[in-house]
Design a protein around this ligand. Structure first.
Ligand code: NAP
Length: 245
């Protein structure tokens, strides 16, 4: 199957920002979207919007730090629509701060959500993709994995790991599965809200308001990777504001 129409696409972190924009764009283009995030009230409202526009959608409260939740999301896709074509491992958090702040719980949260969450997604979907003989992972990294800057070391570490694991997965995947890394630059979402250090948060918010791109720009890149023919594997797309250094 090529293109987007009719594909079953599960998306984690679909309750806001890039995940929400991706769900809306793919549903508009005929995908059956299966949405996961913790804020199920937001998923319910998003599903209602998609259904009102004649789209097909299912959703389930999903915390990506719980392996069973990811398994449940993949199961929901398979039960409702008979298969899973794409898993977009998009959920992520960025409570960034200087290492001197010793915000160890934030470090753990970034590792649990950004890194282990992606691994749990792989663990849930890979056996399904193997049985089907097709499937695509779209894993969200970041420009932070390409250019390491102060205050972002743990966040960048999780995103670098996502890139490494995705590339390893691509090499192991063989000639039937596709693996795409999406590396967004500064994107206008709620992401900056989670920065705990007030100075860092103020800097981030200023930059975001000055030059961040809308989440739809990242959704279009994800759609591009999905719509390629089955023998075309888009390895990585970096999408950043023109003004980002
Ligand atoms: N915005 C940027 O500038 C930027 C740049 C590079 C990369 N990224 C990456 O892009 C991805 C999406 O972020 P965004 O910018 O769209 O930010 P966002 O609006 O804050 O969205 C983050 C999403 O992740 C979900 N999430 C957080 N913790 C979760 C958990 N434990 N289980 C399940 N879902 C969880 C949130 O949903 P709930 O709270 O409802 O669970 C939300 O839907 C992230 O991986 C982020 O690292 C963003």
């Amino acid at each position: 199957m090529t293109g987007i129409e009719g594909k079953v696409v599960a998306i984690t972190g679909a309750s806001s920002g890039i995940g929400e924009a991706t769900a809306l764009l793919l549903a508009e283009r005929g995908a059956k979207v299966v949405l996961g995030a913790r804020r199920s009230d937001r998923l319910e409202a998003l599903a209602a919007r998609i259904e009102a526009a004649a789209g097909e959608v299912a959703y389930a409260r999903t915390d990506v730090t719980r392996r069973a939740d990811l398994a449940g999301l993949v199961e929901l896709a398979c039960e409702r629509y008979g298969r899973l074509d794409v898993l977009v491992n998009n959920a992520g958090v960025g409570p960034i701060s200087p290492l001197d702040d010793l915000r160890v719980e934030d470090w753990e949260q970034m590792i649990d959500v950004n890194l282990k969450g992606v691994l749990y997604g792989i663990a849930a979907a890979l056996p399904v993709f193997r049985t089907q003989g097709f499937g695509q992972f779209v894993n969200t990294a970041s420009t932070a994995a390409h250019r390491i800057v102060p205050n972002m070391s743990v966040y960048a570490g999780t995103k670098s790991a996502v890139r490494d694991i995705s590339e390893g997965l691509r090499q192991e995947a063989g000639d039937t599965l596709r693996v795409t890394i999406i590396s967004p630059g500064f994107t206008r979402t709620d992401f900056t809200e989670s920065a705990a250090n007030p100075l860092v948060k103020a800097q981030l918010t200023e930059s975001r308001d000055k030059f961040a791109i809308p989440p739809d720009a990242i959704a279009r890149a994800i759609a591009f990777a999905i719509e390629q023919p089955a023998d075309v594997d888009v390895g990585e797309i970096i999408v950043r504001p023109t003004a980002q250094g």
